[in-house]
Design a protein around this ligand. Structure first.
Ligand SMILES: *[C@@H]1O[C@H](CO)[C@@H](O)[C@H](O)[C@H]1NC(C)=O
Length: 517
């Protein structure tokens, strides 16, 4: 064999392992996009072809194996900031949990429909030369994207940003027992011993299901209307929507078991939390590096995440925060998207900062989003958690239990509470616990990024990994609850009672007729 044919064989072998992957992160929330880009990076580096559908096109990845469907023209305004999402409103009003579910469920369906109706997406769907080996999609309340697995005749993987909540486990296993399930809409950490909490958990599941009954027909209707003609063009039957959405091969969860209190999950639920953190870490931008290098007494990092913009905080609170930060000896780096006046000398406003550690970082004041949580665990940094929304409450509560976090409520008393929390977090035990958890986190057989690639390839190679599926997902609920058995016993007992009664009755007649004689 000459060199040319060896190269040809090698390149063919390579092609055989380069899978075609359709990856979607359609919800226009930046942190979800950070997670999506993590998938892109790992899968491209493993030699696969990725088509990425998102509202935030990636600019710094150039590879012949990378294509993008840009949703920014239709999607950026879809998650509008209504009152209940506004940060200053949240400060003086209790969180409206029902409103939260309703908002999330309805907007997820809207985003789903807008995704399929987007021009670039339509062009992709109508291109007969396009095929895929797997569809991976970020799961936020709507299962409509499962249609793509049917359309491209390939397995489906859900990417889940928030942990191991029953809302996702129900897709591949069953609705977890509310007595010990994680539920991102309530903040209690399982196990739930108190009667009140258990009732609250059951109620949360009922409310969620009830809302789902409202949005499911919208999705189902759209599915038949939109995918019916597309599948007909391919001469393929359209699978039943309600079977399709429970047919995913895998859920890849952005959480890590070392966080604790995780319930048992089926074999096709995998924890890959932390894969979005680039290792080795990229160099910090010069401007930020100079600030950090000059931080004589170490520094504190303050960020309320990507969705919750600091500039929505009322002015007098901002001023009080600046006064508080100004009174500290450490340098404070505040992620803030606007210009600020009268900033104390030790406070630096940055529009964005890479959240990687620096040996001088004393602690991190955060909203408790899972990305920030995982980053602080990865680097062993204690945190002050100020949860606002979604899973942030449960994340922060879990961190408080682990002993590396102090929680502060987001109220009009924020600044005073934060002052006390800052005093508390200086106790060395918080740093010690943070380092301990970080060691647990790093003590695993492979890195989360490698695991991500492994499971995606495994699903493709094994035609949807049917061997990993949970038998619970193959049974109707009445069988799992033994209701058929109960019905059978009730029937047998009823017949028996009936017969006994009838027998007694005949005997009575017999007896009474004897007496008559
Ligand atoms: C379920 O998934 C498997 C594996 O990807 C596939 O072969 C099957 O056709 C799917 N069934 C439905 C109803 O979509």
């Amino acid at each position: 064999m000459n060199l040319k044919s060896i190269l040809l064989v090698l390149s063919l072998a390579w092609r055989a392992f380069a899978y075609k992957i359709l990856l979607l992160a359609p919800i226009p929330i930046r942190s979800l996009n950070i997670l999506g880009v993590g998938y892109v990076r790992h899968l491209i580096n493993a030699g696969h072809e990725v088509t990425y559908v998102s509202a935030y096109p990636v600019k710094d990845i150039s590879s012949n194996n990378f294509r993008q469907v840009d949703l920014s023209d239709t999607h950026l305004n879809l998650i509008a900031e209504d009152d209940s999402l506004n940060i200053s409103y949240l400060m003086s009003h209790p969180l409206d949990e029902d409103g939260e579910i309703e908002y999330l469920q309805i907007s997820s369906v809207e985003v789903g429909i807008a995704t399929f109706e987007n021009k670039q997406m339509l062009a992709l769907l109508n291109d007969p030369s396009v095929t895929f080996d797997v569809v991976i999609c970020d799961f936020v309340e709507s299962e409509i994207y499962a249609a793509l697995a049917a359309y491209y005749d390939c397995p489906m993987i859900w990417e889940y940003s928030m942990g191991s909540h029953w809302q996702t486990l129900r897709l591949i296993d069953e609705t977890t027992n509310p007595a010990y399930a994680f539920d991102y809409l309530t903040s209690d950490i399982p196990p739930h011993h108190s009667v009140g909490t258990r009732v609250k958990k059951v109620w949360s599941q009922i409310k969620w299901q009830f809302m789902k009954y409202k949005t499911l027909p919208l999705e189902r209707g759209f599915y038949y209307e939109f995918f019916g003609p597309l599948m007909a063009k391919k001469n393929k039957p359209l699978p039943d929507y309600d079977a399709l959405i429970y047919n995913a091969s895998l859920v890849l969860s952005n959480d890590y078991v070392g966080n604790g209190r995780i319930t048992s999950v089926p074999q096709n639920f995998k924890f890959i939390g932390g894969y979005h953190i680039e290792t080795p870490t990229k160099p910090v931008p010069t401007e930020i590096k100079t600030i950090l290098d000059n931080a004589q007494h170490g520094f504190i990092y303050f960020s309320m995440g990507s969705l919750w913009r600091s500039k929505d905080i009322p002015e007098h609170v901002t001023k009080a925060l600046l006064d508080l930060f100004g009174s500290l000896k450490e340098t404070v780096m505040w992620k803030y998207e606007d210009k600020l006046l009268n900033v104390p000398k030790n406070v630096h406003i940055v529009p964005w900062a890479p959240q990687q550690t620096h040996p001088k970082c004393k602690f991190f004041i955060s909203h408790g989003g899972l990305l920030s949580t995982l980053e602080s665990i990865h680097f062993g940094v204690p945190t002050i958690g100020i949860p606002l929304y979604f899973d942030q409450f449960i994340n922060v509560n879990r961190d408080v239990i682990s002993g590396r976090t102090v929680k502060v409520d987001f109220t009009l008393n924020l600044v005073e509470d934060l002052r006390l929390a800052i005093q508390k977090i200086r106790h060395p035990s918080y740093k010690q616990q943070a380092m301990e958890l970080s060691q647990i986190y790093h003590d695993r057989p492979v890195s989360p990024g490698k695991e991500l690639v492994h499971w995606v390839e495994h699903v493709i190679k094994t035609g949807g990994a049917p061997h990993l599926r949970s038998p619970a997902s193959m049974m109707p609920w009445y069988q799992k609850m033994f209701l058929d058995v109960v019905l059978y016993i009730v029937a047998v007992v009823s017949v028996f009672v009936y017969l006994v009664k009838k027998y007694q009755c005949t005997k009575k007649i017999v007896c009474s007729s004897k007496k008559l004689n």
